[in-house]
Design a protein around this ligand. Structure first.
Ligand code: PEP
Ligand code: MG
Length: 322
């Protein structure tokens, strides 16, 4: 099977009718890149930068971060590379960042909330990213955006840091897309408003599912509520994709759902542009998509959205794709 999949390494990512999508990889550290490229990834849809900050005793310097981002961007060349700014907090702790104990860390002071509050910390990462931008096809994405104000503040700060660098005589790319993760239900609901201001949106289903069902993604007792095919999730995903497209923006997904063989036909039908997944799933996804017809699957979407449970959706997908 592995051998048969290898045939898809250099294939284009398209459905049976020639409709193109992008199949990208998620990476956690620069070394993971080799696996994405070996598996024929069209790009990196999520670079989780937390690794730079973890397993150490102090913050990484601007220079250290710059070297890491530059390495990744150079290896990716023209291929799009979506780097997510620091998403610390929740399940991801930093011993040297002394944060007060919280009752609900997943609902607390984390990710963009922390970065907007600690501008010195945020500035170091943004400077490193902007300096690295001239070495590849960089897209910057903010995590855990809940309100338009947060996105505007983050974007304005990024532009401010960029102006500062330019005034220092540093080269910065002029074509960096600035986007956001849609992983909080409030953002999914007002995706039409975000789509006017963000260059792209990437749906983070790991958190979107957790927050939609109010079920901790780490707690086995409530794991039955982790339901990617549930109509509540599908309707949110549809809302985001439609909002993006109505504003001429591309929409991706970088949660686990993007590489799930049951979800893939649904996401293709809904018009998802970019699927970002663990490198080991890319070839499976490319093979599967090559056998599907987006046009045909789309004709079932209205019906699928009237189904009432995840089980019904799953059974229906199996029925129409076998
Ligand atoms: C997500 O929430 O879906 C996501 C991709 O980010 P993470 O798993 O790092 O929270
Ligand atoms: Mg997340």
């Amino acid at each position: 099977e592995q051998q048969a999949l290898k045939a898809y390494v250099d294939e284009v990512s398209q459905d049976a009718d020639g409709h193109h999508v992008e199949l990208a990889g998620n990476i956690g550290r620069p070394d993971d890149l080799e696996i994405v490229l070996a598996n024929g990834g069209d790009g990196v849809g999520l670079f989780r930068t937390e690794f730079l900050y973890m397993d150490r005793s102090d913050f990484p310097t601007e220079e250290e971060q710059f070297q890491s981002y530059k390495t990744v961007l150079e290896k990716m060349g023209d291929k799009p590379t979506v780097v997510r700014t620091l998403d610390i907090g929740g399940d991801k702790e930093l011993p040297y960042l002394k944060l007060p104990h919280e009752m609900n860390p997943f609902l607390g002071y984390r990710a963009i909330r922390l970065c907007l509050d600690d501008r010195d910390l945020f500035r170091v990462q943004l400077r490193a990213l902007l300096r690295a931008s001239v070495f590849g096809n960089l897209k910057i994405m903010f995590p855990m955006i809940a309100t338009l104000d947060e996105f505007r503040e983050a974007k304005n700060f990024l532009l401010e840091v960029k102006e500062q660098l330019i005034s220092e005589g540093v080269d910065v790319s002029n074509s960096i897309e600035i986007g956001m993760m849609v992983e909080i239900p409030s953002a999914a609901v007002i995706a039409d408003l975000f789509a006017k201001e963000a260059d792209f949106m990437s749906i983070g289903t790991n958190d979107l599912i957790q927050y939609t069902f109010a079920a901790d993604r780490m707690n086995e007792k409530v794991s039955y509520l982790y339901q990617p095919y549930h109509p509540a999730i599908l309707r949110l995903v549809k809302n985001v994709i439609d909002a993006g497209h109505a504003n001429g923006k591309w929409v991706g997904m970088c949660g686990e759902m993007a590489g799930d063989p049951i979800a893939i036909p649904l996401l293709l039908a809904l018009g998802l542009d970019e699927f970002s997944m663990s490198a080991s799933s890319i070839l499976h996804a490319r093979k599967q998509i090559s056998t599907l017809s987006k046009a045909q699957l789309s004709s079932h979407i209205d019906h699928i959205l009237t189904l009432s449970t995840a089980q019904e959706v799953e059974a229906f997908v199996k029925q129409i794709t076998q």
